[in-house]
Design a protein around this ligand. Sequence first.
Ligand SMILES: O=C(CO)COP(=O)(O)O
Length: 351
Amino acid sequence: MILVNFTICNSFNKCGLSRIIANSSSAASVFESQRSFHALSSQRACSMDNNPSPSHMTLDVFKSVVSHALLGKFTAVFPKLFKCQWKTYEGQKKFYANFSTDCNMGRKFCVGGNWKMNGDQKSIAEICKTLSGAQLDPNTEVVIGCPAIYLMYARNLLPCNIGVAGQNAYKVAKGAFTGEISPAMLKDIGADWVILGHSERRAIFKESDELIAEKAAHALAEGLKVIACIGETLEEREANKTNDVVARQMCAYAQKIKDWSNVVVAYEPVWAIGTGKTATPEQAQEVHAFLRKWLCENISPEVAESLRIQYGGSVTAANAKELAKKPDIDGFLVGGASLKPEFVEIINAKK
Ligand SMILES: O=C(CO)COP(=O)(O)O
C-alpha cells in the first residue's frame, strides 16, 4: 500500500488544513501526492465522483487516495481543522475537496531581518520606530536579528509582536568561553530566536556543519527558536552541487535536531548575499522544493509539510512579491534591506 498524505485547504480561508494519512510505506510517494495536489490547486474545487477528467494527471492521485480510503486504511489527523470531506453515497465512500489557489499548507509566512554587524543606538531607534509605526501584515511573523550588544535595547523599542533574534550563540549554557554568548543569556534578555549557521559564520569564522548543528540542538533545548541557515557558494552552484551541498548541511542538522517544530530553515545561496544578485523566483523555488522533498524522505512528511523555509540573498522591496508567490518560499531572511524602511514592504510582500 502506498502511503498517502495530502493537505486540503477548504474554500473558506487561506490555510484551513486537513490531513488524511494512510499508515505506511514510502515517504516519497507522500511527497509526490502533496505536489500533485498542489498542482491541481489551480482549480477552485474538485468533486471526486463527477467523472474526473482522465487527462488530468493529478486526478490519478485522488483515485488512489479514494481507493485506499475505501480499504479503510486512513487515519484522519487534525480532524477539527476541516469539514469532513468523506461522504457515503449509495453505499460508497466518496471524497469531496474544496481548495484554494493560495494554499501554502498553513505555514505562516516568516520574515527575518538580519542586521549583521550594523547599527548604533541612533539608527536602531529609527528602524524600531519605523517598524513600530508601520502597518504590518498580521499573517506574517517578523523577527529581527540584532547585534548581541543591542538586543535588549531593540527588544525594548520593538512591539511585542516582533520577535528578536541573536545572530549566534554557543553550544553550551555557560563557562569559560571568552567572547561567546549562550542561548540561556539570549532568553534572559528577552530574545526568543537565534540565527545559526549563517554563511558568514561558516566562511569567516570557519564554523563546521557539526558545530552549527550542535549549537542549534542546544539552542532548541534551551527553548529558543532557531533560524538554521544553509546555502551553496557560486562555485558549488556552477559545479551543479547545489542539492548535494544543502542536503549535506541539512543532514548535519538532522543528526542533532530531533524536534523541528521551533526551526525555520533559511536557504541563502552565498552568491546572492549582499551582491544584489538575487536568485530568480524559479531558482529559489527549485531549491526550496528540493529541500521539502529531502525533509519528507529524511525526516517525515509532517515536518516537510510544516517546516518553514525562508529565502535569503539580496531580497528587496522590488523582488519580494514575486519570490513570495512561490509555493515553497515561506518567508525571507533579509540583510541590507532590513536596515531600511523598505523592510516594511518586504514584510508585507505576501499581502
Ligand atoms: O545574509 C543575508 C541575510 O541573512 C542576506 O543579506 P542581503 O539581503 O544583504 O543579501
